[in-house]
Design a protein around this ligand. Structure first.
Ligand code: COA
Length: 300
């Protein structure tokens, strides 16, 4: 097949978004279009990070990249998340997906990116193309709240419009030794399968001392990020018990909240080994990737 892999041209954006929605939204019985879930990634202003594979005028496949800055080990790294890798059904098995991934990593390697990362269960497809799994400390927990919730929930969930992002950022800089640098738009992400995202704050005037970001689908919560002092974890847990019947917890094995829950013991846990890396800069050979865990809310 005569394929060209390029950054998305303006005239192709709608077709590309429709290809993504056909596969990842309509094809999976979902309704919320991807541009509403990822308004910080699928933007007309970011066409240079959306990739298409075409044969002549025919769009055969596409993928999205989110470039980001990762602060870890006392320095800043240039990262690129890859997602929505997709070949139109009629072109599968003809090398489109492979060409797309190869073209995309070549372009990233020319653009001072240190590493690319993605999350998948299809390891074989990516490993053939040079992506590598390293020890992944991801954990997904499930807590079913069976006891009656407290009558007076300590923290009331708030919507995005009611949130002061500076307070989140001040907590992050205080508590997180590694983090993705975020803009206000990055907080508009709506990860699968949530219908909305809620924010919990634990305030001690004049500033917030902890916060949580949780997706909601019906009465189920999906905890994406909890940043707080350990002694305040119980406040968040009882607030979650008031707000949800079941809570899925995205954590990692060295995470404070994970270890706090394991000591209770609360919840059942599944090890997640979905992270694949593509190393681009020479400095990456010095990094222990098992210590790098990108929070769920930042992922694509
Ligand atoms: C995964 C996907 C992008 C592959 O695209 P494609 O154009 O068919 O891929 P290629 O033709 O380049 O496939 C090359 C190889 O990958 C293998 N492969 C394809 N899909 C695979 C999958 N789902 N799991 C494992 N291997 C896969 C093929 O068998 C082929 O191997 P071979 O060369 O040894 O025969 C395509 O199947 C797709 O769009 N799937 C739906 C969306 C999706 O799941 N995306 C991935 C999100 S993580």
């Amino acid at each position: 097949m005569d394929l060209t892999v390029t950054a998305c041209r303006p005239g192709n954006l709608e077709r590309l978004l429709d290809l993504f929605d056909a596969e990842f939204v309509r094809g999976r019985g979902r309704t919320v279009p991807l541009r509403r879930r990822f308004p910080h990634i699928l933007r007309p202003e970011a066409l240079d990070t959306l990739f298409t594979a075409s044969s002549g005028d025919v769009l055969c496949g596409g993928a999205a990249v989110r470039k980001f800055v990762w602060k870890a080990g006392g320095r800043l790294w240039q990262g690129a998340m890859v997602g929505m890798v997709c070949t139109a059904p009629q072109f599968r098995g003809r090398g489109v997906g492979s060409a797309l991934l190869r073209g995309l990593t070549v372009k990233l390697s020319k653009g001072s990116v240190d590493f690319a990362v993605l999350w998948t269960s299809k390891h074989r497809f990516y490993e053939r193309l040079g992506w590598k799994a390293h020890l992944d400390l991801g954990q997904l927990g499930r807590i079913d709240f069976t006891e009656k919730p407290p009558a007076q929930p300590p923290l009331i969930p708030r919507g995005f419009g009611e949130v002061d992002l500076d307070r989140i950022e001040s907590c992050r800089s205080q508590h997180c030794s590694s983090l993705v640098l975020r803009t206000a738009l990055d907080y508009r992400a709506l990860p699968f399968p949530a219908d909305s995202v809620e924010f919990f704050f634990w305030d001690r005037a004049p500033k917030a001392v902890g916060y949580a970001i949780v997706g909601r689908q019906g009465s189920t919560g999906y905890l994406y990020e909890l940043v707080s002092r350990t002694e305040d974890f119980h406040v968040f847990l009882s607030s979650f018990a008031s707000a949800y019947t079941t809570l899925f917890v995205n954590e990692h094995s060295s995470g404070l909240f994970y270890n706090w829950l394991r000591n209770r013991p609360l919840g059942t846990w599944d090890h997640q080994d979905q992270t694949l890396w593509f190393l681009l800069s020479r400095e990456m050979s010095t990094v222990d990737l098992s210590a790098w865990h990108i929070p769920y809310i930042d992922r694509m």
